[in-house]
Design a protein around this ligand. Structure first.
Ligand code: SF4
Length: 355
């Protein structure tokens, strides 16, 4: 793990023979920013106008996510069941359940959108993502909330959670908020089931991409996520995200400001797929990719429920109806390290910040 202290040390001892110190000397400066201006603040008014019209065009023929419904969302809805005028939002609040570099000491300004374009049987956020609860907000109202999170909540960033199906509304809301004083970075937090068209629309508006890469095999994504093309889509999406914002960078206060942070929730019995995901990140995205290998899987949503018409005692998705083991977590972590990844979201082992 890299630490601020090690970075400082490596500067003091530039000729140190330790591998990581040499690496830190070479790589640390690009990850430390003196100052940061969010990308949406540097967008020209011409580009902002272009984004606005692209957003409306997408809504009239929606191919914004890999479901490719092709519907006019002003008249009807597609798989995500969300129209064009508003976005359905479940919770807006400062949140402390994120990575330390994202939540900091004042929290991350989380905006949980209702609905999702995946149907994970183990959804860890089932109440929000699969039910259509929540309030319908126009882009102007949503942008107003971003500013409120910043002004009243004092948050470090605005964290858009499962926005894949409301990208145009979100793009419009960011453009609205920038005129009303928003200055904190925007985080785009997805399941990586994005389309290249929607990422292009978000280019210049998002500072931090926070995708979750869930499973690797087609058979697994078909069974557990209800999407055949998940992994191929996730690979393309994550590469496109990295091309836009690069590796994760911090300011000296330890708060992430720009770049890519990939999450992977280790699944019981699927650790080999987690290992594949780590190798992909190292080989095809960046060895300096910041990764959070998450250990908190718990059976949820449809997992472990009695199956319809099944025999007494039979449970659905029985193979993942348990917590994940330490041995399984180690397999993924070891694969990541062997592939050359080194920036992990570990708890700090010292009094400084993790960077
Ligand atoms: S965002 Fe909704 S309407 Fe658009 S393609 Fe995806 S599921 Fe279909």
């Amino acid at each position: 793990m890299q630490s601020l202290r090690r970075v400082l040390l490596s500067r003091v001892v530039p000729n140190g023979h330790h591998h990581h110190q040499q690496r830190a000397l070479h790589l640390a400066p690009p990850f430390l920013l003196d100052d940061y201006t969010p990308r949406y603040m540097t967008l020209s008014s011409v580009d902002a106008a272009r984004k606005r019209s692209a957003a409306y065009a997408h809504l009239r023929r929606c191919n914004l996510c890999p479901r490719l419904c092709g519907v006019n969302r002003y008249e009807t809805t597609g798989v995500c069941l969300i129209g064009a005028e508003t976005a359905k939002v479940n919770v807006i609040a400062p949140h402390f359940g994120e990575e330390p570099c994202v939540q900091g000491h004042r929290g991350s300004g989380s905006v949980f959108f209702s609905g999702c374009n995946l149907r994970c049987v183990f959804c860890q956020n089932h109440d929000i993502a699969h039910r259509r609860n929540g309030q319908d907000l126009t882009p102007e109202e949503l942008g107003g909330w971003f500013v409120k999170l910043q002004e009243v909540g004092g948050v470090h960033n605005v964290n858009l959670i499962t926005p894949e199906h409301v990208v145009p509304q979100v793009a419009l809301s960011i453009l609205h908020a920038r005129h009303n004083g928003l200055t904190v970075p925007i985080i785009y937090n997805t399941s990586a089931f994005d389309s290249l068209a929607s990422l292009e629309l978000m280019d210049g508006l998002v500072d931090i991409y926070l995708p979750d890469f869930k499973v690797w095999n087609t058979a697994t994504s078909r069974r557990l996520l209800k999407a055949d093309d998940y992994a191929a889509t996730a690979r393309e999406s994550i590469k496109a995200m990295h091309a836009q914002v690069g590796d994760l960078c911090f300011t000296a206060d330890g708060i992430a400001k720009r770049g890519l942070l990939v999450r992977h929730l280790v699944m019981p019995g699927y650790e080999a797929e987690g290992a594949e995901i780590m190798r992909f990140l190292a080989d095809e995205v960046s060895k300096d990719c910041f990764v959070n290998i998450m250990e908190q899987y718990r059976p949820a949503a449809h997992v472990g429920k009695p199956g319809r018409g099944s025999k007494e005692g039979e449970r659905r998705y029985a193979e993942i109806n348990r917590a994940v083991g330490q041995d399984e977590i180690s397999v993924v972590r070891k694969a990541a390290e062997e592939a050359g990844l080194w920036r992990f979201c570990d708890p700090p082992r010292h009094e400084g910040f993790s960077i």
